[in-house]
Design a protein around this ligand. Structure first.
Ligand code: ZN
Length: 391
């Protein structure tokens, strides 16, 4: 932590007080944590960013995570940057109503910023975002850039839970913010297309801290998705080749059903596994939940409604067979993914809408006979699908 209380006044470790002065202060009165009121000790060494530390047995509500050097450094830099740009930031401002302490709070804009470096459970991240929302405080999560690994040009490995903090830009495309305190750089990953639970396609754009004055300046570029098309087609092939060893509950469930109908998951229909709009609300891979939806529609004797599909998926989600992601910043949920997939199937003339909210199967879904054939069909369907304009 970078802030403490000294004789009821907030003091901070931003470098204006010398090591000797801190020692003098210690003699004069206690330095305490503004939240739990317990004694804290100024740490003014040569190696680490100067900070305050609770005693080892502390169970402070606001500082339960051990702050790394990387985190302290980044927090300090972000604070200095905001101060330099006259945003009147407040460091480690404690919001008692929700027992949350954003790294930086901007009172002018009622905006909380978190520089997240430690791994945080998805549910905790979700509830912290909701905590801010409950007080009508805007919030943004900026992740430590170390948490992101570039695998190839547009392919990244991320911490799965970080996607929880994704927001949509005005075009409806997902983005995440990262910051590197060593390079003094922001990295915005735009046009995010989650591929697996820990891999995303996206475009990374770096900004030096010096060249921008506000977070709003990030993330204004628009890019098209075409560059990821080939990677997506390749991913469909990877899903096919590895389907036999996929042991997820969803995959096991679907394999059993397909086996019963003399089909294999490897040779799933090229109509499945598509990055249709909002598909990523499912954490279950797209080729699995979409294959299931196809199967479900194929088996229905007559017309069906959207709510029928919705109920079926709700059942499988509640049984833990399919899993969904939570996006507290987004308005829609997985039902939007189901709706968009139906729209795609309609466009591909697999189903037709016969009435408002009533559909009918109108063609047989194609199923490839061999892997080679599957690869060819994946290409054809992905190209004509016109995806990535509307993911
Ligand atoms: Zn404390």
């Amino acid at each position: 932590m970078l802030v403490a209380l000294f004789k009821d006044q907030l003091v901070n470790m931003l470098g204006r007080i010398t090591k000797e002065e801190w020692k003098e202060k210690m003699k004069a009165a206690l330095l305490v944590c503004p939240v739990c009121q317990k004694k804290v000790i100024p740490k003014c060494g040569n190696k680490k960013v100067w900070h305050f530390a609770h005693s080892a047995d502390s169970n402070c509500l606001a500082f339960h995570e051990k702050e790394t050097e990387y985190h302290l450094l980044g927090k300090k830099q972000l604070f200095n940057w905001l101060q330099m740009n006259k945003r009147a930031p407040i460091l480690e401002h404690y919001l008692r109503e929700i027992e949350q302490r954003p790294d930086i709070y901007l009172p002018q804009k009622n905006h909380a910023l978190e520089f997240q470096c430690a791994s945080m459970n998805k549910d905790i991240l979700h509830s912290r975002i909701e905590g801010y929302q409950s007080l009508h405080i805007q919030s943004d999560w900026i992740f430590g850039k170390r948490r992101l690994k570039k695998l190839s040009n547009q392919f990244f490995s991320i911490q799965n839970r970080d996607l929880t903090a994704a927001k949509k830009d005005p075009q409806g495309r997902l983005y995440l913010y990262y910051f590197c305190p060593l390079q003094l750089q922001f990295l915005v990953v735009e046009n995010i297309v989650p591929v697996t639970s820990s891999k995303i396609l996206g475009k990374g754009i770096s900004y030096s801290l010096k060249e921008i004055i506000d977070l709003d300046q990030l993330n204004k570029k628009t890019a098209d998705y075409n560059y990821v098309l080939n990677q997506w087609i390749n991913q469909k092939y990877i899903w096919r080749k590895s389907a036999f060893k996929n042991k997820s509950p969803a995959s096991m469930y679907l394999k059993k059903i397909l086996y019963f109908h003399h089909k294999s998951l490897t040779l799933y229909s090229p109509l499945a596994g598509m990055p249709t709009r909002n598909f990523y609300h499912f954490e279950t891979a797209a080729f699995i939940w979409q294959s299931y939806l196809l199967y479900y529609v194929e088996r229905l004797p007559g017309p069906f409604s959207f709510s029928q599909i919705e109920t079926e998926f709700m059942r499988l989600i509640s049984k833990g067979i399919f899993s969904v992601r939570s996006f507290p910043y987004l308005k829609e949920s997985y039902t939007a993914a189901l709706q968009a997939y139906l729209t795609y199937l309609e466009k591909e003339k697999f189903i037709i809408q016969i009435h408002e909210n009533l559909y009918k199967k109108s063609a047989t879904a194609p199923y490839p006979a061999t892997l080679d054939e599957a690869f060819q069909q994946d290409k054809i369907f992905s190209l004509k699908g016109g995806f990535f304009d509307f993911v």
